[in-house]
Design a protein around this ligand. Structure first.
Ligand code: NAD
Ligand code: MG
Length: 392
């Protein structure tokens, strides 16, 4: 009898993570099957992927694009693929019995609803969309627990920690986790040397090839701040148990320190396909297209330094909002999304990003999280506050 193939939905299929996930899937047609492909607004890129992977369903997030998606599928002789639009369609298909595994690769808080739906429905979730954990970490982890979902972090640092932790780990045996950070393209520069940074400079990451938002987050170190909050929720570690070390080679993806003085690390070339392959196959392994690590060829050295919180205050702001808890991380995330978007559109300076986040955190009142609806209100309100802080 043929083994049942894993039926996969990719949300954010046209993005950087989506493409890496599809590259792994392409290598294993006997095990992995695409059931749903979803994208934000790029109809033609989505339809082209549908032509290759033949999903049963295609979703475009922008509801205005539904007719265009139908036309694009029709033009490619793919009218048998069901076309859908909007956030609700993501949620419905995340819950569908036609899907076993959801790759959560939407960028930003926009990915929260569908990730939550997949968690409640007990799916295997390859979680790239870190913002959903930052905004609603406790609710999402509870939903996954109650729904019987398996969350496999595919953010490389968290995937490294996931691999280093034994399956039955007693929290008392863990001392600390240390997230590594490349330091981004401006590592080593003082704050006043960052005044005139352009979007083109900021998205040019030295080690990883990624979407524009996370590339800017890496340049400000907000990405590491979001990852600290992500790690807190995934691994139930207190803020004091999470450290960050800058590691410019980006070969050690993170460390776990145990109470007996032993430290475990996971190493590999900086390529997201490794973490995604683990997401699909864990506890087994699959080939991913990523070669082994030749440390001599990679320069023969591994360096580590402390992050410069003066030059990159976003990391400190993230730690601060994690310590404050409640709605603070959701406010931080919303303000950051607004600020990064404004920076990418030329409406805010690079240094303005941390200012907008800091000011929004000061202006918004922090309150206990009541529900997802409450968090969505906080998200909206924080965005309004942040928009009003942008230069006119
Ligand atoms: P990207 O910008 O390359 O892709 C984003 C995807 O989301 C695209 O397919 C886009 O169409 C879709 N999208 C955008 N807005 C949407 C909306 N409102 N509704 C539905 N879909 C929408 O981003 P990326 O670099 O692939 O990152 C995706 C997520 O993965 C982010 O949360 C990022 O932090 C995380 N992540 C990325 C990397 C990486 O190497 N790129 C590494 C670790 C974590
Ligand atoms: Mg990461």
């Amino acid at each position: 009898m043929a083994l049942q193939r894993q039926r996969i939905a990719i949300f954010g299929a046209t993005g950087s993570i989506g493409q890496s996930a599809l590259d792994v899937i392409r290598r294993h047609p006997e095990k992995l099957q695409i059931a749903v492909l979803a994208a934000g607004s790029n109809v033609n890129a989505l339809a082209d992927l549908c032509a290759e992977f033949r999903p049963k369903h295609a979703i475009i997030a922008d509801v205005e694009c539904l007719d265009a998606l139908r036309d694009a599928l029709h033009d490619r002789g793919l009218s048998d693929i069901e076309a859908h639009a909007g956030d609700q369609a993501h949620c419905d298909l995340a819950e569908s019995s036609e899907v076993d595994t959801v790759v959560a690769a939407i960028v930003g808080a926009a990915g929260l609803a569908s990730t939550l739906a997949a968690a409640r429905a007990g799916k295997r979730i390859l979680l790239a969309n870190k913002e959903s954990l930052v905004v609603a970490g406790e609710l999402l982890m509870h939903a996954a627990h109650d729904g019987g979902a398996t969350i496999i972090p595919v953010d490389s640092e968290h995937n490294a920690i996931f691999q280093c932790l034994p399956s039955e780990v007693d929290a008392k045996q863990l001392q600390r986790i240390i997230l590594t950070a490349s330091g981004g393209p401006f590592r080593g520069r003082p704050r006043d040397a960052l005044k005139d940074i352009t979007p083109a400079q900021a998205v040019k990451h030295p080690k990883w090839s990624m979407g524009p938002k996370i590339s800017v987050d890496s340049a400000t170190l907000m990405n590491k701040g979001l990852e600290v909050i992500e790690a807190h929720h995934l691994f139930a570690m207190s803020p004091d148990q999470i450290d960050v070390l800058v590691h410019p080679q980006s070969l050690v993806h993170s460390f776990v320190e145990f109470v007996d003085g032993s430290t475990m690390a996971q190493l590999g070339l900086p390529d997201m396909r490794t973490a995604l392959a683990i997401g699909f196959s864990w506890p087994d392994r699959l080939t991913s297209g990523v070669g082994g690590l030749d440390l001599v060829k990679e320069g023969g050295k591994l360096e580590f330094e402390h992050p410069d919180l003066q030059a990159f205050p976003c990391l400190a702001l993230a730690f601060e909002s994690l310590r404050k808890g409640q709605t603070a991380p959701a406010i931080l995330n919303a303000a950051n999304e607004v600020a990064v978007d404004a920076f990418l559109n030329g409406n805010l300076s690079f240094l303005g990003i941390s200012d907008v986040v800091e000011q929004t955190l000061l202006k918004m009142e922090v309150s206990p999280v009541e529900s997802i609806a409450h968090l969505m209100d906080v998200d909206r309100e924080s965005r309004n506050v942040a928009v009003n802080l942008l230069p006119h």
